[in-house]
Design a protein around this ligand. Sequence first.
Ligand SMILES: NC(=O)c1ccc[n+]([C@@H]2O[C@H](COP(=O)([O-])OP(=O)(O)OC[C@H]3O[C@@H](n4cnc5c(N)ncnc54)[C@H](O)[C@@H]3O)[C@@H](O)[C@H]2O)c1
Length: 329
Amino acid sequence: MTILVTGAAGFIGYHTCLALLGRGEDVIGIDILNDYYDVSLKEARLGELRLHAGFSFERIDVADREAVGALIAKNAGITGVVHLASQAGVRYSLVDPYAYTRANVEGHLVLLETCRGLEALNHFVYASSSSVYGANTKLPFSINDPVDTPLSIYAATKRSMELMSHSYAHIYGMPLTGLRFFTVYGPWGRPDMAALIFIRKILAGEPIPVFNNGDMSRDFTYIDDIVSGILACLDKPPVAEAGKPPSRFYNIGNNKAEPLMRFISVLEDALGEKAEIDFQPMQTGDVPATFADITETERDFGFKPTTSIDEGLPRLVEWYRGYYDSDQS
Ligand SMILES: NC(=O)c1ccc[n+]([C@@H]2O[C@H](COP(=O)([O-])OP(=O)(O)OC[C@H]3O[C@@H](n4cnc5c(N)ncnc54)[C@H](O)[C@@H]3O)[C@@H](O)[C@H]2O)c1
């Protein structure tokens, strides 16, 4: 089987490629390697992936119609797509909203349009986000809840990807699944996300910014749980039912809302250092709590996250020390 993974040099993309290669798939990775965060980390992830014979890579912008079209034309045997390339991050969408419409909306459309003619394609899975739940206050977030109140352009572009996918499933019968990820963390993680920001600052003896005066909770999900969910989903494409095209959405979270202050305390224990906390008000576009209802994900894919933050955070710290204390950084 040949799987196209977009965003292959990214955090979730890297782990997904490794898991696919590990079970014997051929993987074509694409990524633009943008400088939203440290490019050398993306290159280091790619360096690891290149050790595998089944991996090939092209540096391509998913919104570049010609480049994506040429890649797909050369690889007509692609059986699955895992589309993870995105301009990620809620806060940066206040700084450069156009980066989000280009990568997320235009990029998704280019992939849908270029992949819809692939005869061997069984399933196109793409990354959505828990941020689509926006201003919803009912917890846990269920895929049956309305998602019409995005609080950031990032969230609005992720919801747009879901809506565009529904259209393609309706028009072309293309099997499409959107996975709403909930705050993913783990080794090789993103330096712009809370876990890595906290580790860096705690080790440097700097105060860590904690928003909404610490009254926040997140459904922190360990990367290995996310990847097993992606693969289980990829293996089970949706089928059209009466009046319902083959387009589905699922929550992929840990199904446990962790108070941010507990997260920090577990991290302090893993690091053996105390954090100095800089309490700050709520930030625009942010939400106080996320908590995934994974009933449908468990029912349809047997998805059951197994890694608590007590296990996952020490693993992240161990990787961090090994990676950033070595010459690689
Ligand atoms: N990490 C999380 O907690 C989280 C939560 C919800 C949703 N998501 C979604 O999961 C996906 C993967 O996230 P991640 O954490 O691995 O982020 P990441 O930033 O590490 O990976 C995304 C990759 O996409 C690449 N990219 C960006 N624009 C591109 C373009 N136009 N063409 C080609 N490549 C491009 C980047 O260079 C990067 O390597 C994203 O779609 C993100 O929105 C992640």
